[in-house]
Ligand binder design. Structure first.
Ligand code: CUA
Length: 186
């Protein structure tokens, strides 16, 4: 007959464990060391790597952001393409882009090799911002969330037409939501 039941709430009597084997200590040390290497790589890639800079994100009122963008467009407007203003801000300027169903406003005309602070937001629903260089190579992306201003520090290295596409399904006109940056040579 079973007289004593071990429930797991009581510790097992006696010494039942064995000290860690030398090999186990070595493997744990290697794994820990590798974790530290990967951890150090995060700031290192951010600092030395050639990828997208991590964006700055702040809260905005979507209507106020849209008003700011139209004001910016009026200030630096140099032309028009199918009803959309072509806007050429000076290098180093704060640049505004808004995604709305189903277009990107305005068309930005930027200078090659100059750095711009590109603010982006959405007026209505979530959009995805993806930009392709003149050879069609994907170069940068960001999420357009209404109520948030996502800012990327960008330098366009090739002259020509960069195409902006929406990559977040946003409604019936999603596939037609195409915009452009005109990058003029230095
Ligand atoms: Cu905007 Cu899809």
């Amino acid at each position: 007959m079973l007289t004593r039941v071990h429930t797991g709430l009581d510790p097992v009597p006696g010494v039942w464990w064995k000290p860690a084997h030398k090999a186990e200590k070595v493997w744990v040390s290697i794994a820990f060391g590798w974790c530290i290497v990967l951890f150090a790589m995060m700031p290192l890639w951010h600092w030395k790597g050639g990828q997208n800079p991590s964006g700055v994100r702040t809260r905005v009122d979507p209507k106020a952001y849209y008003a700011r963008t139209t004001k910016f467009a009026a200030q630096y407007k140099v032309g028009e393409d199918r009803g959309l203003p072509i806007v050429a801000p000076p290098p180093g300027a704060e640049v505004y882009l808004v995604g709305l169903t189903f277009q990107w406003y305005p068309i930005l005309q930027l200078q090659q090799g100059k750095e711009y602070m590109l603010h982006m937001s959405s007026l209505d629903v979530n959009h995805g911002f993806a930009v392709f260089d003149p050879s069609g190579t994907f170069v940068a992306q960001a999420q357009m969330v209404p109520g948030y201003d996502t800012t990327l520090r960008l330098t366009f290295t090739k002259p020509g037409k960069y195409v902006v596409r929406c990559f977040e399904y946003c409604g019936i006109g999603h596939a037609a939501m195409v915009g452009a940056f005109r990058v003029v040579g230095a």
